[in-house]
Structures are given as C-alpha cells and as structure tokens.
Design a protein around this ligand. Structure first.
Ligand SMILES: Cc1ncc(C[n+]2csc(CCOP(=O)(O)OP(=O)(O)O)c2C)c(N)n1
Length: 472
C-alpha cells in the first residue's frame, strides 16, 4: 500500500490555511475596505496607490503553513527568516493567522474590523512597511538588502542548540555575493553546541524582470552546486497544489528527521565529522495562484508576477477590478473565515501553540533573551603611555588580553564571539587563543593552529559573512 505523509483531512485543511494566507496577502496589497467581500468589489474598496510584492508571497505562505505542521509534529523550536523580505504580506498575514499579531497589536483584532485595519495599514501612510520589518512579530531579518538571510540564520543558531531557523533564500537573492558565500556556513557550525539551519531555496524562477541563474541551469548543475557546498538538497517541484502539499510535507519530514539524527549522533558521540545537512529546493511558480493572464499577457509563473500583478485605478481597464474580485474569491474566503471575520477553528488549530508559534518565538522577538556580558574592569588593562607616540605599545596588543578575559568570563553563558576575516592573529589579538579557539568544522591537518569544533572566534575570509553572522 502506498503510504502518504498527509491524511486527506490534513491536506484539505493545510490547503485551506494556505488559501487563507494568500487571501490576506492579496487583501493587504489591494484592499482599502470590504475585507470579507460582503458586497461586490468597487473601485472605492481599492487603495489608491498599490505597493507590495505578490510574486514571492504565495510560495512563502506555502512554506510557512508547512513549517507550522512540522513544528507541531516534532515540537520544534523554530523561527522563520524571509530572505525575499519584500514578501511582507506573507509574514504579516501568517503571524496574524497564528494570533501573534493581534496579541502584540490588539488594534488588529481577529474580526472584520481587524481585517480591515490589517489590510489598510500595509504599505500605507502611517501604517507598516512592505517588508518583513522589525515590528513584524518573529522577524529578525528585514530582507530589504537581499543576500544576508543565510548568514543571519547561522548567526541566530550559534550557541542555541535547540533552535532551528527555516531560512527562505530567494533564487535571485542567491546570486548575491553575501548569499553565495553563506552556503559555506555549514563548515563553521558545531552540531553539538549550535542549532541548525534549514535553507529553503525558493526557486520561483525570476527576479524583478529577469530570470534567475539557478532557474536557468540544469537540474544536475544546481544539485551539484548545492552538494558541492556540502548540502543534501531535497527537491520539491511542481504547481499542482495537492501534489505539492504532499511533496513538501514529505520533504520537510525527511529534512527535520535528518537534522535530528545529525544532532543526536553528534551529541551522543561527540563526533567531529562534518555532517551533510539537508536543505530544500522549492520549485514553484512565481505568483502562484494569482492572475494567470492580464491584458493578454501571461502573469502567473513569470517575472510579471513580481510586484502588483493587476493595476487598478480609474484609468485602468475596468475588467481589472473584476479580475481582482475573482482572484480574491478563488480562495473561497467564506470557507476560511466566519461571518465575524474570524479564522475558522479547524484552521486556526493548525498553528502551533504559544511560544512555538514562529511569530511568538522568543529568539525572534528582540530583547527577550538578551543577557548582559560579564565584563572585566577595563582599568586593569590600562597601558602606561608616558608620552604621546611612545613606541612599543600596540593598541590591539592591549585590547587582546581584554577580549581574552571577556571570552573567559562569558564562556559558560556562551554569548560572546569575535568575528573576523582571518585577522585575529595579524591584528595582534593573539591573546584570545590563550583561552579559546577558532570554530571550524571542516577538515584539519597537522600544523593547523587554533582550530576546533567549538570556539569563540569565527573567521572566514568574507566580511559579508562575518557581519551577517554577527547580526544574526
Ligand atoms: C542587494 C539588493 N539588490 C537589489 C535589490 C532590488 N530587488 C528587490 S526584489 C529583487 C528580486 C528578488 O528576486 P528573488 O530573490 O528571486 O525573490 P522573489 O523572486 O521570490 O521575489 C531585487 C533585485 C535588493 N532588494 N537588494
């Protein structure tokens, strides 16, 4: 008998949850009023100035819904990083569906009035930005400057052994220098003392008005590239929702179980072998489920879906308004929200509970987990400088012992690291190596110095990477 990951009931509800998130996204981009379409859509229901990014959003909604499922199934401590952070409607909509948004912003309530405000505030004067901005619950990565999602994700899991960051990488984003170098982060992760990152390369094929490079090389080349970076890619490819739900669920189960296996093995045996971590490649249409053809031109699955796929104003063709209405109705909102505008309970129950919700995870809500560093008294490190320009006192040679002792004092609470592009020694900070090592999970050979699976110094010859790790 063929086994499937999803029961028919779960598949049906997951799909409905995804439709709800897509409905909220279109509402945020377009609607000024009439959030539940209780009357025919009029021009006055649509915002005057349409801003936002639809193209990436349905794929991110799909991912978010599926992550919710594995969080609950495996009781995961997981946060979400949106590389293409211009998909703000996805993170805002999903944190609204899971309830976090209304807890933090009670004004955006779980009812029709709240829905109206949720839609109106998006990319609107006095409202919220169109990206995964800091005020969005669960966001540690704004995504405006593409390229840092993976470095930020690794930075977030260093010293957080229970945390998994699900990191959506745009296929356009993956062309940037910072992202290209960030795949190598897996050589700097200690499976014993750090958490894990699950990259999800969102291969939706296009950037703003161009195809992406990863979408226009052969499957074999892309797979070899990712394998060459040390990952095990799992491909989820297609556009038929039911098949894609099943494929994504199976891929995520496989990935999560692989992560758990790697961590359990490493933590039991202390093995220093570098693991091959799993990742997912999600190949789905850009602007999935959106308008297929507008003014005779293909939109779904093309670059034309990147931002606002249907222009609507007093001067645009009137059929655009009808197309928007049909598009919104294609999600069958009456099956998703009750008359009062509240998500139906059988769908709401799919979201994880409490702090397991990605929007409510303390790791992604700045400040909750901050711990002050234990600091030595800087006066104890004072150098006597009898005259200005006195020779023989290099300032970094004075700083080195100070940093060494900061590292030592905070060793147990594990909240201090030094990041640099291979310059700790050349910059005179060698005293650090009296107390710690350079964290390095790749191979070592005799005559290497100060390399170990765990250490407080992170060195890779990429300032992009160092900065991204540090910020994460
Ligand atoms: C470093 C950087 N360069 C350029 C841009 C402008 N920009 C915004 S979105 C985008 C295309 C992104 O494509 P992709 O990462 O594939 O995201 P998606 O297709 O999912 O929207 C570009 C070039 C940017 N935000 N950051």
């Amino acid at each position: 008998m063929k086994t499937t990951t999803l029961t028919p009931d779960l598949l049906h509800r997951l799909d409905a949850y995804w439709r709800a998130a897509n409905y909220l996204a279109v509402g945020q981009i377009y609607l000024y009023d009439n959030p539940l379409l209780k009357r025919p859509l009029a021009l006055t229901d649509v915002k005057h100035m349409l801003l936002g990014h639809w193209g990436t959003t349905p794929g991110q909604n799909f991912i978010y819904a599926h992550l919710n499922r594995v969080i609950t199934k495996y009781d995961l401590d997981m946060i979400y990083v949106s590389g293409p952070g211009h998909g703000g409607p996805a993170v805002v909509g999903n944190t609204y569906l899971e309830g976090t948004y209304s807890e933090i912003y009670p004004n955006i309530s779980q009812d029709e009035a709240g829905l109206r405000k949720l839609f109106l505030q998006f990319s609107f004067p006095g409202g919220i930005p169109s990206h995964a901005s800091p005020e969005c619950p669960g966001s540690i990565h704004e995504g405006g400057e593409l390229g840092y999602s993976l470095s930020h994700s690794f930075g977030a899991v260093f010293d957080n052994p229970d945390l998994i960051v699900a990191c959506v990488v745009g296929d356009g984003e993956s062309e940037t220098g910072p992202l290209a170098t960030a795949w190598h982060s897996n050589k700097f992760l200690d499976p014993v003392t750090d958490g894990a990152v699950l990259p999800i390369l969102h291969l939706n094929g296009y950037k703003i008005s161009n195809p992406t490079v990863p979408a226009r090389v052969t499957h074999e080349e892309l797979e070899q590239l990712l394998r060459g970076y040390g990952w095990t890619p799992i491909f989820v490819e297609g556009h038929e929702p039911a098949l894609m739900h099943e494929a994504m669920a199976t891929a995520l189960d496989t990935a999560v179980e692989a992560i758990k296996r790697i961590q359990t093995d490493a933590r039991k045996t202390g093995s220093a072998m570098r693991p091959r971590w799993p990742m997912i490649v999600l190949n789905s249409p850009k602007g999935w489920t959106g308008p297929k053809v507008v003014d005779g031109q293909q939109v779904e699955g093309t670059f034309r879906a990147h931002q606002v796929p249907l222009s609507i104003s007093a001067t645009t063709p009137p059929e655009h308004l009808r197309q928007l209405e049909d598009w919104l109705k294609s999600y069958r909102p009456q099956e998703l929200f009750d008359d009062a505008g509240r998500l139906k309970p059988e769908l709401a129950s799919l979201a994880p509970k409490g702090r397991r919700r990605m929007g409510a995870n303390p790791h992604a809500n700045g400040g909750i987990l901050l711990r002050d560093l234990r600091m030595p008294d800087f006066r104890d490190y004072a150098a006597n400088v009898p005259v200005p320009g006195a020779p023989g006192i290099g300032d970094t040679h004075v700083l080195g012992p100070f940093l060494r002792d900061v590292a030592k004092l905070n060793d147990r609470q594990r909240n201090f690291r030094v990041f640099g592009p291979d310059e700790t020694l050349s910059n005179g900070l060698e005293a650090l190596f009296q107390t710690t090592q350079r964290q390095w999970d790749a191979a070592t050979v005799p005559n290497d110095e100060f390399l170990a699976p765990t250490g407080r110094v992170m060195e890779m010859l990429s300032e992009h990477q160092c900065e991204g790790w540090l910020e994460g």
